[in-house]
Design a binder for this molecule. Structure first.
Ligand SMILES: NC(=O)c1ccc[n+]([C@@H]2O[C@H](COP(=O)([O-])OP(=O)(O)OC[C@H]3O[C@@H](n4cnc5c(N)ncnc54)[C@H](O)[C@@H]3O)[C@@H](O)[C@H]2O)c1
Length: 382
């Protein structure tokens, strides 16, 4: 019976942003070891990373194609791959690993086109593989608590959603044409690398998934205004959303809001109460029941749901954050694969990670927002 897994990574060299967060998060539970990688197409930078993690030199690959093929032919090959490259590579890299019979966890947005995302789902199903898409905020403990409260009916029927994801880091680009770009922003503003959207694709998509995760609501259609400020891709987006239950919501995402760094805030309003979760203060959840003062739920306290308690890593008052959110996604994803390699069925809690289906919803949302904005903010069905 296997208790641990082997994994590989594509992208995420030592100088990249998110690859290191993935590796650290995976290490939290000690159930998967990094054994292979293609961290950068430049072999010097690639080796630097592979050697840092003490990989076998033969498993530091010069291309993801070679990595997928050679790993799938090894008896001790990787059980899953984490894809942490810029967006344009997600589809082709994921497809290659799936075709080689390797489980995939891919960063968001899943692909450039809806059809590509659907094709990936079909291939994963055909090969009986687990495919996670890293909408990381749904890994937060108090986001799970919010979901439990909605499921228990504590705030009644959902009648309105108000969510925002505000950043300021591209404000210097407004009206100034193609500026010298910050490292973080360099590829995100290039349509060939980022896809059809910058702001909605990069952060609006997190709103879309986090709300869907908490509420279970499906978006029927959107009406959007995207602002480009002279840039090739959007930097600011105000989106009106209609859900299939008839409720409406407003999703505001922006990279030009001075004073905001990574301000994801989700507010869910129901007939009996409201819930608010703020990413920059992730260990608390504000819950207001009709006619009562606002209550603050603290992560780790005895009154939280079993699900939240089960996902706890530190005692209350010791903040958990981004790393723990990623680690929780991997905890479930790795548990599901461990069950699979041992020919057992994962339970519902082990399957609590964002899937390729969520990835498809995300790409549909991005497409609908861009289309609506181009069509003078007409309603566009997802
Ligand atoms: N879920 C989240 O919260 C979150 C946060 C940040 C970024 N992301 C996503 O993660 C992805 C990466 O973002 P980032 O900010 O880390 O970018 P980055 O530019 O910092 O890193 C990208 C990495 O991909 C590597 N790469 C590029 N082409 C490659 C190739 N052909 N083969 C192998 N490696 C290659 C680069 O060398 C680099 O190491 C993006 O899709 C982004 O949307 C998600």
């Amino acid at each position: 019976m296997r208790k641990t897994l082997r994994y590989g990574m594509v992208g995420g060299d030592l100088h990249a942003f998110i690859g290191g967060v993935h590796r650290t998060a995976i290490s939290f539970d000690g159930r998967a070891d990094l054994v292979a990688g293609c961290f950068n197409p430049d072999m010097t930078v690639n080796r630097e990373c592979g050697e840092f993690y003490r990989l076998d030199e033969h498993r530091i690959y010069s291309s993801y194609m070679e990595m997928a093929e050679k790993e799938s032919n090894r008896e001790d090959g990787i059980d899953f791959v984490s894809i942490v490259t810029p967006n344009f590579l997600h589809y082709e890299v994921a497809k290659k690993f799936l075709m080689c019979g390797i489980n995939v966890l891919c960063e968001k947005p899943l692909s450039f086109k809806v059809e590509e995302a659907q094709e990936l789902k079909a291939i994963a199903e055909e090969h009986n593989l687990y495919f996670a898409v890293n909408y990381s905020y749904s890994g937060n403990n108090m986001v799970k608590e919010a979901r439990e409260l909605v499921r228990q009916g504590v705030i009644g029927e959902i009648i309105n959603v108000n969510a925002e994801y505000l950043q300021e880091y591209l404000v210097d680009d407004v009206g100034k044409g193609d500026q010298k770009m910050l490292k973080l922003s360099s590829w995100r503003k290039d349509p060939k690398v980022a896809g059809i959207s910058n702001c909605v694709g990069d952060i609006g998509s997190h709103i879309e998934h986090t709300v869907a995760y908490i509420t279970g609501l499906k978006i029927k259609k959107v009406a959007a205004v995207l602002d480009y400020f002279g840039q090739p891709l959007d930097l600011n987006a105000n989106v009106l959303v209609e859900f299939e239950n008839g409720a409406h919501g407003v999703y505001a995402s922006s990279q030009v809001c001075v004073g905001h760094m990574n301000g994801l805030v989700v507010r869910i309003f129901g007939t009996e109460g409201a819930i608010e979760w703020v990413q920059e203060n992730p260990n608390i959840l504000s819950v207001t029941l009709k006619g009562q003062p606002t209550q603050i739920y603290n992560r780790g306290m005895g009154y939280v749901s079993k699900r939240s308690a089960d996902m706890n890593r530190l005692p209350s008052g010791h903040p958990e954050g981004l790393y723990e959110a990623f680690a929780n996604i991997y905890k479930c994803y790795i548990s599901a694969i461990i069950k699979k390699v041992n020919h057992a069925e994962p339970n519902e809690e082990e399957l609590d990670f964002p899937t390729v289906e969520d990835g498809i919803s995300g790409v549909k949302f991005i497409y609908a927002c861009v289309k609506s904005s181009k069509e003078n903010s007409a309603w566009v069905e997802l």
